[in-house]
Ligand binder design. Sequence first.
Ligand code: HEC
Length: 257
Amino acid sequence: MKTGIKIALSLALLSTLSFGGEQFAMSDADRAMYAEMLENNPADLMVANGEELLAEYCGGDEGIAAFLNQSEDSLPAYLAGFPRYLPEFKQVVGIDQVLQGLMSKNGHKPFKLKSSDMFDMSSYVKSLANGEKSNIDVNANPQMKEAYALGKKTYMTKRGGRGLSCNSCHSDAVIGSVLRTQPLPDLSAKGVAVAATWPAYRMTKSSLRTLQRRFQGCMKNALLKVIPIGSPEMVALEVYLTSEAKGAEIAVPGLKR
Ligand code: HEC
């Protein structure tokens, strides 16, 4: 009873939030478009661009495998375990940061983490792990343990003008409820293992986006200060949500509203 009231109250609060350009649920027309795009994801083109960029700047699949001390055979399962702690970087890094390191090793100016070229290239690299089970190990070393803890904390901490956390909208208690006609998605392994489906094409943005870019969208919408892509908190959030998706089959690029 008590929790019932709490949930009703927090939903009342949520429904006062303006969700930018995103206040509309999928219409029938959108749904038809979605079905069509499932057959032919527009992001496939962007991923193909990413493959070309990888060849040009990083020596292709072979180049990234060598940089990560993997064979081309072991590479897919290894990629399915990111973010990882890499001693060469002295921190827990995402695939995009690995690619920055490889680009600069090859004498190129690295793409910015928030650039569409980096989204394309890192999406291609993650797609090499398609069909593998997400296998992040948050107990692999103290750095990963720390990242998991920081990610969980970032996820749970209430911030911003409305005092909302990620968990306010994505906890078991509110999943499936509707915020301004938008159903609140379950980010945990019990629901759809969301992290295994990013990077994804966002129909409302007509572009290919990474998971960290998606976090920024939620931060902006919910009036939480936007944290930069690649910062320790962002990588940690990715670690936390990827661990929720552990065991799920990787399938990118995903397709989202
Ligand atoms: C005010 C409520 C609210 C808050 C706070 C919020 N989100 Fe969201 N989030 C949503 C809604 C609604 C959607 C679905 C939007 C859509 O379908 O277009 C969503 C979608 C997502 C998705 C994509 C899910 C998918 O299906 O792939 C991720 C990932 C996500 N949120 C992560 C976060 C993180 C991390 C935070 C904290 C920084 C956060 N969200 C905070 C409401 C919220």
